[in-house]
Design a protein around this ligand. Sequence first.
Ligand code: FMN
Length: 359
Amino acid sequence: MVKQTILKALHRFGLFQFAKKLYWTTLSVCASHGVLSDLWYLFSGTFRREHRAVLVGRTKHKRGFNASKDDGAAYTLRRNTHRIEKGLIMRPRRDVFALDYIAETVRMYHSLANLSDSDSCHAETLAWSRDVLGEYFNCVDGAHPIIAKAKRVFEDSKHAPAKDDIQRRPYQRDLNKPIGITIDQLHDLAYRRRSCRWFLQQPVPRELIDRAIEIGTLAPSACNRQPFQFRIFDRAADAERIGKIPGGTAGFFENFPCVIVLVGELSAFPAERDRHIPYIDASLAAMGFQFALEVQGLSSCCINWPDIESREQAIEKAMDLSPEERVIMLIAVGYPDPDAMVPYSQKKPLSEIRSYFAN
Ligand SMILES: Cc1cc2nc3c(=O)[nH]c(=O)nc-3n(C[C@H](O)[C@H](O)[C@H](O)COP(=O)(O)O)c2cc1C
């Protein structure tokens, strides 16, 4: 509103071109140095929401260490369990490893396990950690004082009884088992998946979405944290209400039978350096998810989430998001309308997109 008024006034007094030139000159001066860039963004405030999200995320992460309701402990446990698995598969495996984080790991395990019942939202994480930590203490030098102390904490924990006979610890893959899919079939699937914007007006079965999400969650993620959520709006009215917020859906959001919001969780991280990970991890999961939809007869369209304050406020309110929960993208899902077209969307050729480095 303020911006519009200023623009109108500039036009009115014939100062628009001058102001535009001044803007770009100032911007290029600020771009020339880090401190000046800081000043630019201090005044523009463009990253304000993101800054706050990172700080709130870090705070919640830290608070979670005391095993409150926040997820810091579970995320740390996932990361450390992953690191221990890497130690277990190391060649040669060392008798003593993980000394700088084993105490933290068992402390997180102990407090979460003692808090939770077997149906808790962290049950799978705890089952994985239980098996990996069990294997760790079997393999390492138990006489080492740090390891001995950690083992006592682990043994003192309230382990949930195993629900199945799956051993959640490093294993050798059966590479002789055929994958059952050829490179040509994979190509056909990738080619078949196109962004679909027109859907049949029929509900999307939840079991198909759930199956696709399970496949999406098999994607790689940094330290296996998986710091994202699929939040699903599968009533047409809700899909329309949410689907229109981003803006890149004008003209077709009315026909979405289902919209999924991928939300990244900055509470998964203790430090700023990892703030991009939710975006990377969720996007990798999104691809597997979309392929899985396609083989089940469903189609999808990713929808850009632009960092525009008014839209941020709208989706925050509509979804009751906390400050550290960042929207990564939306995905419209439905049965494709067979009469609708999709853009050709020419892909870049190999020669433009890859280069090998060789002497
Ligand atoms: C992160 C992301 C954001 C996108 N945002 C939109 C969007 O807002 N509106 C839209 O119609 N399509 C959107 N798309 C779809 C792209 O336009 C589409 O993927 C691209 O043109 C290539 O076409 P294809 O998916 O059919 O291969 C988005 C795709 C991605 C990956």
